[in-house]
Design a protein around this ligand. Sequence first.
Ligand code: SF4
Length: 201
Amino acid sequence: MNTGLDKSQHELEQLHKQILACRLCRDKFGFEPRPFVWGKANAKIMQISQAPSLRVHRSGKPFDDVSGQRLRQWYGIDEAQFYDQSQFYITSIAHCYPGKTRRGTDRHPPVSCARLWLEREIRLVHNEIFIIIGSVAARYFYQDRDFTSLVFDNHLMLRNKPAMVLPHPSPANWHWLAAHKDFETQVLPGVRQIIHRTLNE
Ligand code: SF4
């Protein structure tokens, strides 16, 4: 029995109830927020992205979209591994889909959500590594760093644990991926190796 882990799991379940009940951004969004939570305190990998998409807002399942398909390809894992809550803790800067801008793109996630909820999740989950997805999430943790240099940095740390920063896998991010074709050859093989080693320990 691991009492520290049990205590964290209990506190995390209490925290999840609070997150799921949160409606702080209702007026700002102009619609009913639908927070998501995914993962257990013993998850080996904590993945932090920007915010759920409209599709995820409807399904309630994180990365249940084309971004998720590409991400799992990058990781070299299947859905069963990705959605195993003892393997991946999946969270984001905002726990709700934030709506669209007038131009039709997703609004930026409210950073207040990360300060309120994400920081507490980070304290309770016993993950071994972090994966940070996309420039918005990367900016929250590494304010002064150039995004591309973070992606190509293989000695990155976050809160005293190894971390990796990946571009957002959304089709809307095609311009970054097209401009950095060496991401697939120089970065992804190492990412896959670390993920598989961590999951198989
Ligand atoms: S985005 Fe975060 S702070 Fe806003 S309603 Fe959702 S859970 Fe609450």
